[in-house]
Design a protein around this ligand. Sequence first.
Ligand SMILES: [Zn+2]
Length: 131
Amino acid sequence: MSGGPGTTARPTWRHVSTELHSRKLKREAETLTAMVGLYCHGNHGSDREQLCTECQDLLDYALFRLGKCPYGALKPTCAKCPIHCYEPDRRARIRTVMRYAGPRMLLHRPWQAILHLLDGLRSAPEKGTKG
Ligand SMILES: [Zn+2]
């Protein structure tokens, strides 16, 4: 039998106001941009406003993915997201960026925003290898 009342309340994506959505996206985008800037500045000696090619590429990718996320404002964390949208290579790179920039961002940014981003990039639990 199917169609019983669900025990788990499903988030209703449709009810998210686009304003909230875009505000949160904007905040995440700003956080990402600042983090990559810090990392590039500290590790590649670039000007904060002018990323090196590699970091610019990474940031572009991250922002593109962020904008594409269909879950938008209700995205719990990316780790729980059914769409693993970061390529493994880039995910590893941006994680490095966040490890570096995270503590430094504390001075300027709400820690929650960073936590959210970091949490999202934690690798999803791999398939159990019970013997
Ligand atoms: Zn760089």
